[in-house]
Write a protein that binds this ligand. Structure first.
Ligand SMILES: Cc1cc2nc3c(=O)[nH]c(=O)nc-3n(C[C@H](O)[C@H](O)[C@H](O)COP(=O)(O)OP(=O)(O)OC[C@H]3O[C@@H](n4cnc5c(N)ncnc54)[C@H](O)[C@@H]3O)c2cc1C
Ligand code: FES
Length: 512
């Protein structure tokens, strides 16, 4: 347990390892633009480019380097097939909303294809069918129904009895002509196009946004950054989890963390993208490289900060990969997380019921390549003062207790359970907790909850264990060497630095 040296593959995302780091300048002083976009993942880059193409002056503000967040660690299937979702959407939200979700995601695939062609982007873009397969006879009916519903929503769906997967299946729903790509090659090329649209530069890296004020009676929005303020008519918040939360997004979506291995097979990878919609899910797609194809396998999802050793998740995923395929070697491993909205439709639109001019996109449910692309287009339309196509289904201020009721309740009860259990359980310890290199432990000392971790060099790091979002106690993530919050998914480095929201404040350091 906890021994990272025995984990399979190099600890790095394939996408980050095979592209250069970007080097856009930081913001330098005040700036006035039409639209400020906060966060440079797929949503932010796409939104900013749409704004610039419409003739707007844009500032894309990124706290670190663009496309290194969740988008830098995805599996990058570009598909409107999101597991078994359409039957559920039809049931929960009705035909109009299900159709809007389907149309937005199908259009996103065509937008990506169109941009690849228009800008001649070399990003391993490839059309492939996508399959969600039934692994048991019980699932067959569900998969068949999904095919019928999806076809009725004008998606290119059919039920096939014998998908080209090495394992025996009980049929699958096939979506024709979906796609996959190298997300960083695609988005870094779009960023080039975006920066070429503006003389004064439009991408600012290492520019962390610390606060956003909305429009107020003729006064534009104001974005505070560590490098100076930006005033803008509209602000698009594309920070994955929104850095401002006036509408309780933390209670309406939950974090799902999952794991990816890039493996080399003996022989060829299966032809197509595959998904088994169970918990945990199992995802497979090929990825061409100069020296033969890799196969990406993903899964082992769990709620962030819950579910025990994360290192064990990689081991289980490797076993699963070997059960399905003849694996020659494991080349890379990485993991990341996405937010799932309790009613399964992302939130895209006005940030809160009373905010003006600030728009958000979050809760992509593990399907942000298309949802993020569609959201980027919708956000840019909002920034132009238009009412975008499909926006009704994605309205963040929708209140539909029937669609989200049971899941909303159970997610928030789960948070309550974690909160009470963790505050009661950490052991009392004296001055020197015995924490091995690469391990972390929460201890109680003098009435304080402390997060104590030792790095591989043997140095001890001690911070508060109380999450700065809403006071839950963080848990040790042994694979990523981070402190993860089981309540709403905030993550912190060993030294307490925020890695993932909703928290925006670091864990305070404590003396040993
Ligand atoms: C394991 C895994 C596999 C997945 N595979 C697929 C797949 O195959 N297909 C698919 O469609 N989807 C997939 N997804 C989902 C998809 O990757 C995400 O939904 C998508 O990448 C989210 O993009 P984003 O732009 O919202 O966020 P991000 O890419 O995280 O971008 C947000 C950016 O905001 C920046 N930021 C944060 N705070 C600030 C601040 N204060 N100031 C300035 N900048 C800030 C961050 O640094 C980051 O760069 C997967 C998800 C996971 C977890
Ligand atoms: S993320 Fe909400 S309490 Fe930690």
């Amino acid at each position: 347990m906890g021994d990272r040296d025995t984990l399979p593959g190099t600890d790095a995302s394939l996408w980050l390892e095979t592209t250069e780091r970007t080097d856009y300048p930081a913001l330098d002083g005040d700036r006035r633009v039409d639209t400020a976009v906060v966060g440079g993942g797929i949503t932010g880059v796409t939104a900013a480019l749409h704004c610039a193409e419409a003739g707007q002056e844009v500032a894309l503000l990124e706290s670190d380097r663009i496309v290194e967040g969740i988008t830098g660690k995805t599996t990058a299937k570009v598909t409107a097939q999101h597991g078994l979702i359409y039957d559920d959407l039809l049931d929960k939200h009705g035909r109009t909303a299900a159709r809007q979700y389907a149309a937005a995601n199908a259009a996103a695939i065509e937008e990506v294809a169109d941009r690849v062609e228009r800008h001649d982007i070399d990003c391993d873009f490839q059309r492939l069918p996508a399959y969600t397969y039934a692994a048991s006879e019980d699932q067959r009916a569900k998969v068949g129904r999904e095919a019928t519903v999806a076809e009725g929503l004008d998606l290119p769906a059919t039920f096939v009895t014998d998908p080209p997967f090495p394992e025996e299946t009980h049929g699958a729903v096939e979506f024709e002509a979906q796609a996959q790509f190298h997300p960083r090659k695609y988005l870094l090329a779009l960023a080039d196009v975006l920066s070429g649209e503006s003389d004064g530069g439009s991408i600012f890296e290492q520019t962390k946004v610390t606060g956003v004020e909305d429009r107020d009676e003729g006064t534009p929005c104001r974005v505070e950054t560590e490098r100076g303020p930006v005033t803008a008519d509209s602000v698009l918040l594309t920070t994955h989890f929104p850095i401002e939360d006036p509408a309780f997004y933390f209670a309406r979506q939950y974090p799902k963390r999952s794991y990816v291995l890039a493996v080399r097979l003996v022989g060829d990878p299966p032809e197509g993208m595959f998904y088994r919609d169970e918990s945990p899910y199992f995802s497979v797609r090929p990825h061409p490289t100069d020296d033969g194809s890799l196969t990406l396998v993903g899964g082992q999802n769990h709620k962030t900060g819950q579910g025990g050793s994360t290192a064990d998740r990689y081991r289980k995923l490797e076993r699963q990969a070997r059960d399905h395929f003849d694996v020659e070697s494991v080349e890379y491993r990485w993991s990341t997380q996405d937010y799932v909205s309790v009613d399964r439709i992302p939130f895209v639109g006005e940030l809160g019921p009373t905010t003006d001019g600030v728009y958000v996109a979050t809760g992509f449910g593990g399907w942000g390549m298309t949802n993020g692309t569609a959201a980027g287009r919708m956000l840019a339309a909002f920034a132009r003062g238009e009412s975008p196509q499909w926006a009704e289904a994605f309205d963040p201020n929708r209140i539909d207790l029937e669609a989200s009721g049971r899941d909303l309740l159970s997610e928030n009860l789960d948070v309550g359970r974690e909160f009470t259990r963790d505050w009661a359980k950490s052991p009392f310890r004296g001055k020197d907790p015995e924490v091995a290199p690469g391990e972390g432990e929460v201890v109680r000392r003098g009435g304080k909850q402390l997060a104590v971790a030792r790095d591989e060099e043997g140095d001890l790091h001690v911070t508060s264990a109380v999450c700065t979002h809403m006071d839950c106690i963080v848990h040790w993530n042994d694979a990523e060497q981070s402190w993860d919050c089981p309540c709403h998914g905030s993550r912190f480095s060993m030294d307490g630095e925020v890695l993932d929201g909703p928290a925006v404040e670091d864990l305070p350091k404590r003396g040993e």
